[in-house]
Design a binder for this molecule. Structure first.
Ligand code: UDP
Length: 333
């Protein structure tokens, strides 16, 4: 199959591009490179440098490349920033996705795998969270993903565009050979920040709030390896190609760690090397953060046969450490 991957030069996108190629598919990437890196793409993968807000460019990419399916990552992804710059988030994530859906509806009506998020559950009352839990995002970022899921379903009703929406929990790790990994322009993710702090690029780790209703007062998240998530996309796109109906699946490990437990795991990974343990400082809560997000992923395991390979947090962090240690300045190295 030929698959158009929007945001394919980003962190999850570039790992998924590799997984799709590894499964024997061909890939075309559409990315505006606002936060992605062309160097993250394997040689020979066509890159259409275009913005989803440019409807004509999206339409042209579909017409020229004639893909059989779309995997749609391109979006802004920071919870905190989405609260201070809501307009950018609604425009990029919602209008950008609307342009993509419109272009698909006007051309080939191919199926879409959408990069959704656990953030659309907000303050979930049950844990682990099943897919039918109430959707009550606590951030603008989560709202934009929920709105896009709703648009995708409306486009299915009107135009027959099938979809699998994958609701990611906290994605981390890198390919074990350390050749690509996480390199965001604005670094906000806990594990990336902790490893860059270990490398001496930052003075200390801030813990955003320790008065949440959790076992040590810090937020709980379900950390999943980026390659396991990439594999979920391969299975989803192949299921849609074989005629599967539309669904939404959680993708996580079903086990959560507090911020403090993650920082302890980072310390354990770097222990014995030349790097000092992390200095930690308590800071106020970050706007938009729900206390706990842990996935019930039984549905994707049963329906698509997805099975995570990386189930140990330190093992996951070790792969991210390999990337950051060998590329302390990311793709600039
Ligand atoms: N966090 C933190 N310090 C940091 C970065 C993140 O305490 O420097 C916390 C954040 O408040 C959240 C958790 O770590 O509770 C995971 O945040 P991240 O940004 O990695 O992912 P998110 O859950 O927001 O998608």
């Amino acid at each position: 199959m030929k698959i158009l991957v929007t945001g394919g030069a980003g962190y999850i996108g570039s790992h998924t591009v590799r997984a799709l190629l590894g499964a024997g598919h061909s890939v075309v990437v559409l990315d505006n490179l606002s936060s992605g890196h062309a160097q993250a793409l394997p040689e020979g993968v066509p890159l259409v440098k275009a913005d989803l807000l440019d409807q004509a460019a999206v339409q042209e990419a579909l017409s020229v490349h004639q893909p059989d399916a779309v995997v749609h990552f391109a979006a802004l992804i920071e919870v905190g920033e989405s609260m201070s710059q809501p307009g950018r988030y609604y425009r990029n994530n919602v209008v950008g996705s609307l342009n993509l859906l419109t272009a698909i509806a006007q051309t080939r009506k191919i199926p879409i795998v959408f990069s959704s998020t656990a953030a659309l559950y907000g303050d979930a009352e049950v844990s682990p969270i099943p897919e039918d839990a109430p959707k009550q995002p606590t951030s603008v970022y989560g709202e934009t993903k929920l709105m896009t899921e709703q648009m995708i379903q409306a486009f299915e009703r009107a135009h027959g565009i099938r979809s699998i929406r994958l609701r990611y929990f906290n994605v981390c790790g890198a390919v074990p050979d350390g050749s690509i990994g996480e390199d965001h322009v604005n670094k906000t993710h806990l594990i990336e920040l902790a490893l860059l702090t270990a490398l001496g690029q930052r003075e200390k780790m801030m813990i955003y709030g320790d008065d949440y209703p959790t076992r040590d007062g810090t937020c709980i998240r379900d950390y999943i390896h980026v390659l396991d998530l990439a594999q979920a996309h391969v299975l989803a796109v192949e299921a849609l190609a074989q005629g599967a109906g539309s669904s939404a699946y959680n993708v996580g490990l079903g086990h959560g760690f507090t911020v403090r437990e993650v920082l302890d795991a980072v310390d354990a990974v770097i222990e014995g090397s030349d790097y000092a343990p992390l200095t930690r400082e308590l800071a106020p809560r970050r706007a938009g953060d729900p206390p706990s997000l842990v996935a019930d992923s039984s549905s994707i395991q049963q329906s698509l046969g997805w099975k995570p390979e990386y189930v140990d947090l330190q093992g996951i962090i070790q792969t991210a450490w390999e990337w950051h240690r060998t590329h302390p300045h990311g793709f600039q190295d």
